[in-house]
Design a protein around this ligand. Structure first.
Ligand code: COA
Length: 178
């Protein structure tokens, strides 16, 4: 897609506030260490929201996210900020298709310093585009009722509350179409 950013899944964008180009691309095995550093650098609150609880085995989680798999329907997208020739992960989205229930599920996070710059929405759009290309028709996620940012992001991305959640969590879904 871009000569400057091989592997980019959407055109790289310049976020006004970052003074650098942000590339959304598929994670590979060589990203384990930088993804682990990224997870470690999230605030405790954001990390707990991302993993629905405390996780200390972040290098294991990072390895799971980028593990080479024959399954194209399990992937991780990374948002990488390029400044002065250096790359730094500032966001990630993990997607996995569940054959049994015939929908994709995802989890997402953006580095705290980059919240509310439109990156979460861009990653969601890139993830949905990939899911559509794979022929998937429905995408779903569960988040805590108290997670205002995820609920706001999902609403803006066109998800609706299915009503299948409980007193603690909200179940969100979106029908995909070309
Ligand atoms: C949820 C998260 C990924 C959003 O990323 P982001 O890059 O800040 O989101 P965006 O800037 O693209 O915001 C898109 C829209 O989401 C909504 N939104 C984002 N943050 C919000 C907040 N704190 N409160 C209410 N709505 C919010 C808004 O509608 C926003 O559009 P607007 O800025 O034009 O009003 C980010 O807050 C995050 O990493 N949170 C911690 C991890 C987490 O909770 N993950 C979800 C569980 S898997």
């Amino acid at each position: 897609m871009s000569q400057l950013f091989p592997g980019a899944v959407v055109e790289p964008v310049e976020l006004a506030e970052t003074k650098g180009m942000v590339c959304i691309r598929t994670a590979g095995e060589s990203d384990v260490e930088s993804l682990s550093v990224y997870f470690t650098g999230l605030s405790t609150i954001s990390r707990n929201k991302r993993f629905s609880g405390a996780r200390t085995d972040l290098s294991v989680v990072a390895a799971e996210c980028v593990a080479k798999s024959d399954r194209l329907d399990h992937f991780t997208l990374l948002a990488e900020l390029r400044q002065e020739g250096q790359g730094r992960i500032i966001g990630e989205a993990r997607y996995a298709y569940d054959e049994a229930v015939r929908h994709g599920e995802f989890a997402i996070s953006v580095a705290d310093a980059f919240h509310r710059m439109g990156l979460g929405l861009q990653m969601m759009t890139a993830m949905e585009t990939r899911a559509i290309d794979l022929g998937h028709e429905l995408i779903a996620a569960e988040t805590a009722r108290t997670n205002a940012e995820m609920r706001g992001l999902a609403k803006k991305a066109g998800f609706r509350d299915t009503g299948l959640g409980d007193w603690q969590s909200v179940h969100l879904a979106k029908r995909l179409s070309r």
